[in-house]
Design a protein around this ligand. Structure first.
Ligand code: C5P
Length: 201
């Protein structure tokens, strides 16, 4: 059954899903690879659509798969699907350009992080609503981390107590994310990196 998004919700979620899946190995775009019998993108969108604050979802699909992704997601929720770009940042920018008027909070959530629960969408959105310009969910780094030289010889052991592994969804005030993308000079692996460069906390 198609979920109804909340028309009074103040959150739009961008889902970059246009990656080729090169690091994962052969078999097509990562977001369309199956996990428990369904594409990862389906898992991700279903959970996002179940978050009560979400009024819009925009997916950036591999350019050759836009129609297929539209058909795949139509039974789940009313989702806007656009063609992604060659880099993740371009895919996010394309999705951002397609967000309807209204939502003041934008979350960016990798399709590959398919099992992030609706409660995480809500808690990131709530932190932006409470006044933060940008919010990221993180995990403590539990592995021992080594710094190595060019020859792979260990230079030292990094103090992991101050390290965090960055997850998604990342949340932003809409104006902050739009300005960060408009002035982006180089390609970064996450949106919070762009916003950090603008000097936001
Ligand atoms: O490759 P990486 O782990 O950075 O991909 C993170 C997310 O960004 C994935 O969901 C992937 O589909 C998406 N992506 C994208 N467009 C690209 C590259 C990655 O939408 N050109």
């Amino acid at each position: 059954m198609t979920a109804q998004l909340n028309p009074r919700g103040d959150v739009a979620v961008l889902v970059p899903a246009a990656g080729a899946g090169v690091r994962l190995g052969g078999g097509g775009p990562k977001a369309l690879r199956h996990l428990g019998g369904e594409p990862m993108l389906v898992h991700a969108v279903r959970r996002v659509a179940a978050a009560p604050s979400v009024s819009a979802i925009v997916v950036a699909a591999p350019p050759s798969e836009v129609d297929a992704v539209r058909s795949l997601l139509a039974p789940l929720a009313p989702v806007i699907v656009v063609a992604g770009g060659a880099e993740r940042q371009e895919s996010v920018a394309a999705a951002l350009a397609a967000v309807p008027e209204g939502p003041d909070i934008i979350l960016v959530h990798d399709a590959a992080r398919a099992l992030a629960p609706p409660s995480l969408v809500e808690s990131v959105a709530a932190a932006v609503r409470a006044g933060s310009a940008a919010v990221i969910p993180v995990l403590p780094v539990v592995d021992t981390v080594k710094e190595v030289g060019a020859d792979e010889v260990v230079l030292g052991t990094v103090d992991r107590s101050a390290l965090r592994a960055v997850q998604t969804p990342q949340g932003f005030r809409r104006s902050v994310l739009a300005a960060a993308h408009a002035s982006a000079a180089d390609s970064l692996t996450d949106d919070a990196g762009l916003v950090e460069k603008q000097g936001y906390r």
